[in-house]
Design a protein around this ligand. Sequence first.
Ligand SMILES: NC(=O)c1ccc[n+]([C@@H]2O[C@H](COP(=O)([O-])OP(=O)(O)OC[C@H]3O[C@@H](n4cnc5c(N)ncnc54)[C@H](OP(=O)(O)O)[C@@H]3O)[C@@H](O)[C@H]2O)c1
Length: 157
Amino acid sequence: MIKLIWAMDQNWLIGKGNQLPWHYKKDLAYFKEKTKGQPVLMGDMTYDSLKSYYKEKPLPFGQLYIASVTDREFPDAIKVTNIDAFLSTHKDDLFVIGGKTIYRLSLPYADQLYITFIDKSHEGDVYFPTFDLTQYKLIQEDKVDELRFCVYEKVKP
Ligand SMILES: NC(=O)c1ccc[n+]([C@@H]2O[C@H](COP(=O)([O-])OP(=O)(O)OC[C@H]3O[C@@H](n4cnc5c(N)ncnc54)[C@H](OP(=O)(O)O)[C@@H]3O)[C@@H](O)[C@H]2O)c1
């Protein structure tokens, strides 16, 4: 199952200077709980962002898959150069953890969406790509302060 997980504000903002535009402890805890030890796919920008967040510590995921089309090597990860080929044949559970480019390329393969809606407007420079949320059914919703933790499942045609 392919699952996308992200947090966005009222305007679908997700990033600022290759970092999160905010600091919500409860959202970080939610992200860590869901993705701990799990196989994850991310773009190389998000990889750099997480590496700087975790400093010398290893990233707390399972198998890392990093999307990149350059010659860059990733000693701790499997490099993915063709996202369509990778996702269309990937049978095991996988969390796609960003960023914008990789969410856009992965959306057609998403079975579930884990979206944290932030009921506020922040400043930043990267927005989640526009897509049709009505193709998904809300299966779980938890409201905590200004955060709404939602899980959606793709409606089968
Ligand atoms: N709010 C959230 O939940 C959340 C979560 C994650 C990230 N973010 C934010 O998202 C932003 C980063 O997004 P981004 O779009 O700039 O970067 P990204 O999606 O993390 O990475 C983009 C990289 O993917 C590679 N790529 C592009 N097209 C590809 C393809 N067709 N096949 C394989 N690889 C491909 C390229 O790497 P090469 O140049 O190496 O080829 C490109 O630099 C940051 O601000 C970050 O903080 C937010």
